[in-house]
Design a protein around this ligand. Structure first.
Ligand SMILES: CSC[C@H]1O[C@@H](n2cnc3c(O)ncnc32)[C@H](O)[C@@H]1O
Ligand SMILES: [Zn+2]
Length: 426
């Protein structure tokens, strides 16, 4: 199958060049022909007025938490988790998780996302939804060491890896998902490290999200969560760490040394009043920082372009420095750096040999005029309604802002049905 994306503005090597063509063969970008003949292609996508970007990456979410959207607002993290979310999550089942995951995937595709990192429960159902929808994902079974099912959950993560890693034409990869230092005591982290190490799997965790978390870990163990996790070997697995709001210079030096990648979730951090991560310092030190939405209950949507806007804005105000997180840097976090966060080596760039995960953004909205700098317009003016076309692994999932494969009315109905079922059990 050969596809041509014709006459499109191309984001490549961190710059945007007008009037380019992209050739896709099966699942891979195979070139940028200068005079392509339409007759040589099975499918031609008109790119005039569009901007082609590497597919957007949501580096941290709990996808099926769509069911808890607008269920528990205006609370701080631990209150929110302990009083509202964890009791409700006890009632989840595989039917709810599948339906809500499909809803979340549809929302992400509509916003230009081509891959995401998830940590949750009923992960076989999440994987089935990823497989069916055509999106790409790095999935982990959420693990807590303080609950009675700690050992069973770890066993499930192992089985989940064996069943799904590399499946769905390579669109699914599996990580281990130790939830956080305050739910995973040292001995449990050691077991996770051993299990992940045996399989060669990476880990996805929450770290240093709130000041309270850091204070209590320092009090309990005499060191920061970052230093503790380093000592326990978690970073030697290859680690994607969500939040990292309350990290200091010494922590960041460890993160640089151990190649810890950060999922920055500005929307969730603002809504849960957790704080603002020192992203400008992380970037200066060379830490890979991607963007995440976190779950739809602490955001309250899965719109990664909104996170890009927030990232491009809040750090300027927080540091009183308008030069931090410039437009290109914010776009890079949503694309190339995001892909690196998920451990991908052939995704995140529009280059020959890379997987054809491509998002086309329509530049005809009034907010794209006058036609000044496209990078600036994308980072500061655009919104996800501008997303026109989404391709994952060479397959078009959204075209002309319409879904090509998903039955959206059915997805909405199932989301309603399973929400009713869950809440009637609470
Ligand atoms: C063990 S599966 C994942 C677990 O994480 C919870 N969660 C959702 N958002 C956050 C957050 O911002 N910080 C910490 N934990 C979070 C989710 O509800 C699941 O229980
Ligand atoms: Zn989270």
């Amino acid at each position: 199958m050969k596809t041509l994306i014709k006459d499109v503005a191309l984001y490549k090597d961190h710059v945007i060049t007008e009037h380019q063509n992209i050739e896709v063969t099966d699942s891979v970008i195979t070139g940028f022909p200068t005079s392509p003949q339409a007759g040589d292609y099975d499918e031609v996508l008109e790119g005039r007025s569009m901007l082609a970007l590497p597919g957007f990456v949501n580096t941290h979410t709990h996808i099926a938490m769509t069911v808890f959207r607008s269920y528990a607002d205006d609370m701080q993290l631990m209150d929110w988790l302990e009083k509202k979310i964890w009791p409700a999550e006890d009632k989840l089942d595989s039917d709810v998780v599948y339906a809500q995951t499909m809803l979340g995937i549809a929302e992400m595709i509509r916003c230009g996302t081509t891959s995401f990192a998830d940590m949750y429960f009923f992960m076989d159902d999440v994987a089935r939804a990823v497989e069916a929808s055509g999106i790409r994902a790095a999935l982990s079974r959420g693990l807590t060491g303080v609950t009675p099912n700690a050992q069973q959950a770890l066993q499930e993560n192992k089985e989940f890896y064996k069943t799904w890693h590399g499946k769905a034409d390579g669109r699914i990869t599996v990580m281990f998902g130790p939830h956080a230092p305050y739910t995973c005591p040292p001995d449990y982290i050691r077991q996770v490290v051993e299990a992940a190490g045996e399989l060669g799997a990476e880990v996805h965790t929450h770290l240093c999200e709130t000041k309270g978390e850091v204070d209590s870990i320092v009090k309990q163990y005499g060191k920061s969560p970052i230093a503790l996790m380093d000592e326990l070997g978690l970073f030697d697995c290859g680690c994607l760490a969500a939040h990292c709001v309350w990290v200091d210079d010494a922590d960041m030096d460890i993160m640089v040394k151990k190649g810890v990648r950060v999922a920055h979730n500005p929307g969730s951090n603002l809504k849960l009043a957790s704080g603002i991560a020192p992203v400008q310092d992380m970037l200066k030190k060379g830490i890979v920082v991607g963007l995440g939405t976190d779950g739809a209950s602490s955001n309250n949507n899965l719109d990664i372009m909104e996170e890009m806007h927030l990232a491009a804005f809040i750090h300027k105000a927080h540091t009183l420095d308008p030069l931090v997180v410039p437009a290109e840097s914010a776009v890079n976090m949503m694309t190339e750096a995001g892909a690196a966060c998920l451990g991908y080596t052939d995704i995140g760039k529009l280059e020959t040999g890379y997987k054809a995960d491509i998002t086309l953004v329509d530049r005809e909205g009034l907010h794209w005029y006058p036609k000044n700098d496209s990078m600036s317009l994308l980072a500061y003016s655009a919104n996800s309604f501008d997303v026109d076309t989404v391709m994952v692994n060479g397959k078009v999932l959204l075209k002309g802002k319409e879904f090509t494969t998903l039955d959206i009315e059915k997805i909405k109905a199932e989301a309603e049905r399973t929400k009713e079922k869950l809440f009637s059990a609470l």
